[in-house]
Each structure stands twice: as C-alpha cells, then as structure tokens.
Design a protein around this ligand. Structure first.
Ligand SMILES: [Zn+2]
Length: 421
C-alpha cells in the first residue's frame, strides 16, 4: 500500500471516504510539553490519507478530519489509523475532508531528506555506515558506525558538500519497485528493510547523482527545498558516533533562538558575545572567592559567639539556643561547638536564608536522655529526620517556622520550675 501522502508529499487537502470508526483513547504529549494527556476520541480509517503514519524514523503528521484535530496516525498493515480528538463519531461511507499541518510536515520532510543526504555523504567520503537516526522535536541525529570521534573539520567538509548539492538543486524522486528489486537499495546503511506487515510495492527514494535508498518517508522533490543543512556537533555514544544536525526551517528557528539568547546574555553580562565566556569565568572566580570569604567570616562569628557565651558570668545558663539563617552551613555549628563551654544544653540550627520556614540543619548537644527526648520532639515539629548518638543529635528539617516553639519547650523544661517559684 502506498498512501496518498507518499504518492504526493505536497498535497495539503484531500477528500476521501471513511471505512471504519471506533471509540478510542490516546495518551498524547502536546508539542513542547512533557506530560501526557488522556484524550477521548475515535480511531478512524479512511480509504486513503494525506497524513503520514509514523514510520522509518519519521514521526506522524498532524492535521484535521472535517476540522477535528488528528493527534496521531499509525500504520497497521495496509491501513492508516487516525486518532481524532472529537466527541462526534464518523459514519462508515461518510465523505470527509482531510487537511494537513503543513509546517510540521515540511519540517519533517526537510529533516528526513537531509538525513538521506548526509548519510550518503558520510558513506561516500569516509565509508561510515549510518546504523540508525532520530528525528527529534528540536534537533536530529544520525548514528554512525565508527569508533573515531569525528572532527569539526570533517563535519565542515560534509556540511559544505551537502550545501553545495542543495545549491545545485538536485532532483529527488520516488519510484515504486517490486520489493525484491527494491532490496538492492536496502544497503548496509539502512538495514531495517521493509516492515514485516508491508503490503504491495516498495518505495525507492533517489537523490539525483547521489544515492538511492528504500524508504517509506515523505521527501522533498528537489534538494533546494532543504534550504540549508547545519551539522551541529558529533558525540561518542558507546561504539558509535552521533552527528546532530538541523535542516531548513529549523536552521532559521535555531539561529533566531540563539540570537535572542545572545542578546539576553549581552544585557545580563554587560558585554558582547565575544566576551561572554571571559565574563562568565570572571563571575565564577568572584563567586568562589566571595563564598570562601563568607565561610571564613561565618567561622569567625561562630568563634565569637562561643567566646561571648564563655565570658558570661557564672553560673552558665542551663540551655542555649542559636539560630542562623545564612544558608545551611554545618561548619558554623561545628566551629561553635568546638569553642563553646561544656555543661550547657545546646539547640543550634542553620537554615536557608530569606524565609522563615525554610529547610535547615539542627544539632543538639547535652545529656544523652535530653538529646534523645528533644531530638524526637523537635524533628516532628520541624518536619525533619535525624538521629542521635551519645550526647549529640543531628537532623535535617524542612520547616523552620516552629523553631520558636522548640525554644519555648526548652525554656519550660529547663527554667519552668524557677518561673513557678
Ligand atoms: Zn528514509
């Protein structure tokens, strides 16, 4: 079966008949989103279709049946099943109008024909086989069967050659062949071959003077329709190398996005693109030394707090609380405890700055019984988890808003009797 979309990949409207319609649901991820939505609708099979069913590495088309959105098209044997998101069912024999989301189709055709072209060039220039390819929603890649990482110079060579062929406007044709004859064009580069449930003639896609390849996808009719190809980068993946690329409209979109980001960076960094890297490195260095200075100061504060306590007139208080909100800096607590006098029950916290109910770290030091008892109570109040050993208890908490309540509990425990008197 050759669908209308494969016979004429430029047809955007088509009238056909409904063969069957069944109620169905579909888990669909809307373009640009990550979470699937459950859609209610119908699976509709038509006499023919201009909407390409997912296959050969190319995602399905979107479009409409009688104005109702088609969210997925899959091929089953000789039939294409359209999932239509609608509450109105289609009747068998209905004459309906199909329309195609042309921008999506054009983008897919450009990436797919572009893939054939660069696959052929990597084969002829370097004898690298393409073992698979991926048409992503942003960029695409081919997987090349080689262990050598491909240099920028090699990518530039292929890119230059591909764009030369685009400028020459080589013709792209699709011929229908007997599957046995078509197998000749199922070379090592495209080992997938025909799917098991394929029926009828096979399609051979030819780029004039470049290559012939068996393929089910929709393709441009002339390389000039690819506009241009950019090979972005090559990366190693297991025993292969992936070459990432964009073709046609995507080159323009990507360039637009990059330029916009560049302008935002100019403003944020107060410098032009050629200085960006240098300015960021400078910022990183500054941040590193500021962090170092801050930690040193915080340690000094811890020591001074401990000394202040040590210098208070005897007898020392029975318990002592200290809560800092300069960020979760365990060093502050450790330094304080190393310098603080013995014989006092300590309740110390360091937590995220700026908010009262932020996350933080808590340390208790005191007698084994008290540490265990208050550790458990405080962790529950502060929504945290921790454990104690001997005279120490340490825990992480998620909600610091109840710290004053914890302080009050200690006040009552240690000084409650005194107040009563
Ligand atoms: Zn293909």
């Amino acid at each position: 079966m050759v669908f209308k979309c494969q016979e004429d990949s430029f047809l955007r409207q088509f009238t056909t008949k409904v063969l069957s319609c069944e109620a169905a649901t579909l888990d669909w991820i809307p373009p640009g989103e990550t979470n699937a939505k459950k859609l209610q609708g119908y699976n509709v099979i038509c006499e023919d279709t201009i909407l390409f069913p997912e296959g050969g590495g190319q995602p399905c088309d979107y479009g409409q049946l009688n104005g109702q959105p088609v969210r997925s098209v899959i091929r089953k044997g000789a039939e294409a099943i359209h999932f239509v998101e609608t509450s109105t069912r289609f009747e068998e024999g209905d004459v309906i109008k199909q329309s195609l989301d042309w921008n999506r189709r054009l983008e897919h055709m450009q990436q797919h024909s572009g893939q054939h072209l660069i696959t052929a060039l990597f084969d002829s220039e370097f004898k690298y086989d393409t073992t698979s390819w991926w048409l992503g929603s942003d960029t695409s890649y081919i997987e090349l069967d080689t262990k050598h990482l491909i240099s920028r110079e090699s990518l530039d060579l292929i890119e230059r050659r591909a764009n030369e062929l685009i400028r020459e406007g080589r013709v792209v044709t699709v011929q229908l062949e007997d599957p046995e004859i078509a197998k000749e064009f199922q070379d090592a580069r495209a080992p997938r071959g025909l799917p098991k449930d394929h029926v009828g003639l096979a399609r051979v896609v030819r780029i004039e003077g470049v290559e012939s390849n068996m393929c089910c996808g929709t393709h441009v009719s002339n390389l000039s329709q690819l506009q241009c190809i950019k090979l972005l980068y090559a990366e190693k993946s297991k025993n292969a190398v992936n070459v990432h690329f964009v073709v046609g409209e995507r080159v323009l979109r990507k360039l637009g996005e990059i330029f916009q980001r560049e302008q935002q960076m100019n403003l944020a960094l107060k410098g032009g693109p050629t200085q960006h890297l240098e300015l960021i490195q400078k910022l990183q260095l500054n941040l590193k030394s500021s962090t170092k200075a801050f930690q040193k100061l915080l340690k000094d504060v811890a020591i001074s707090e401990a000394e202040k306590l040590e210098n208070t007139p005897q007898p020392y208080p029975k318990y002592y609380c200290l809560h800092r909100k300069d960020g979760i800096e365990p060093d502050f607590i450790n330094t304080f405890l190393r310098n603080a006098p013995e014989g006092i029950f300590y309740f110390l916290t360091v937590s995220e700055n700026s908010s009262n109910n932020g996350k933080g770290l808590m340390v208790l030091r005191g007698s084994e019984n008290e540490v265990k008892k208050f550790g458990e109570i405080f962790m529950e109040l502060l929504e945290g988890k921790g454990n104690g050993r001997d005279t120490n208890f340490q825990g992480k908490f998620n909600n610091g808003s109840k710290i004053p309540e914890c302080n009050a509990i200690l006040e009552k425990h240690f000084n409650g009797d005194k107040i009563k008197k």
